[in-house]
Design a protein around this ligand. Structure first.
Ligand code: SF4
Length: 270
């Protein structure tokens, strides 16, 4: 998840500026921890996205390129209405770009009520909404929140308990339970899978994941994301040992092969 703040031209529509919706107030949580904002993202959902990266994450993925989002207080405390007022400035731009707003992180479900407030406010603005989550805290997403999410970007980081724990430090079951729940309500999902040579490239496990995803019936596409080390310096900055320093990004051939495994189960890959 890129974290560079790339300002783009806000909505210059001659119409009167939009007031912030009152969704945050109704949802009861007016403040939350925000790491950063990207206003012209193209890889976090359909079209052009306004992405709110919240700080705080319960996982500790070995390949994380944003360890600076792990702790909530690495972000800044922001009012939901402040964020929504800014989003409102971009509404025309986002609509023209067939995009919307993505709540990402960190882990958005580490702040479920703040995330719900943002999603509610975005729906009040008539914008498409997406939530990028590992699903590890899927039980924090209540039905009202899910009703305000048009698309879930679900990161399933491994498909065996042992590998998932080794990779993230957490159990796999909550993510799979959340995937089943999203399927039960017919919520569209884009599955995300980070491909790390020697770590998440086990073909049999990927085959099993592809079969699982295909069986859900609500997975619209799969994004196979090649591992990279662009965030390695952040580990060094925080004094944490980076255990994947000797791992190289996957080859184009490996990425194509893994995409083919998902497609062989009838899934669409990006
Ligand atoms: S879920 Fe995302 S932010 Fe959290 S540790 Fe894993 S890669 Fe990093």
């Amino acid at each position: 998840m890129p974290l560079t703040d790339m300002p783009v031209a806000p909505d210059r529509c001659p119409c009167a500026p939009l007031a912030a919706p009152q969704g945050a107030a109704r949802a009861g949580v007016r403040e939350g921890w925000v790491h950063s904002i990207e206003t012209g993202a193209a890889a976090d959902g359909p079209g052009i996205r306004y992405v709110v990266f919240l700080s705080g994450c319960p996982l500790r993925c070995l390949y994380c390129h944003n360890p600076d989002t792990w702790h909530q207080r690495n972000g800044r405390l922001a009012a939901a209405d402040e964020i929504l007022s800014d989003i409102a400035r971009y509404r025309g731009f986002l609509r023209a770009g067939r995009g919307g707003v993505t709540i990402s992180g960190g882990e958005p479900l580490a702040q479920p009520r703040f995330t719900a407030a943002l999603l509610r406010g975005c729906k009040a603005l008539g914008l498409h909404t997406a939530m990028d989550t590992s699903g590890v805290a899927g039980n924090k997403a209540d039905d009202a929140m899910l009703a305000d999410v048009d698309l879930v970007l679900l990161d399933i980081k491994a498909f065996s308990e042992a590998r998932y724990r080794r990779l993230t430090g957490a159990p796999l079951a909550p993510t799979l339970a959340f995937a089943h729940r999203l399927a039960a309500v017919g919520k569209p999902v884009w599955l995300r899978y980070v491909l790390v040579p020697g770590l998440t490239d086990d073909r049999r496990e990927i085959e099993a994941l592809a079969g699982f995803a295909a069986g859900l019936g609500n997975v619209e596409r799969v994004d196979v994301l090649p591992f990279h080390k662009l965030g390695e310096y952040k580990w060094a900055d925080s004094g944490r040992p980076y255990r994947l320093a000797d791992v190289s990004p996957p080859s184009r051939e490996l990425v194509d092969e893994v995409c083919g495994l998902f497609r062989s189960h009838g899934l669409r890959t990006a």
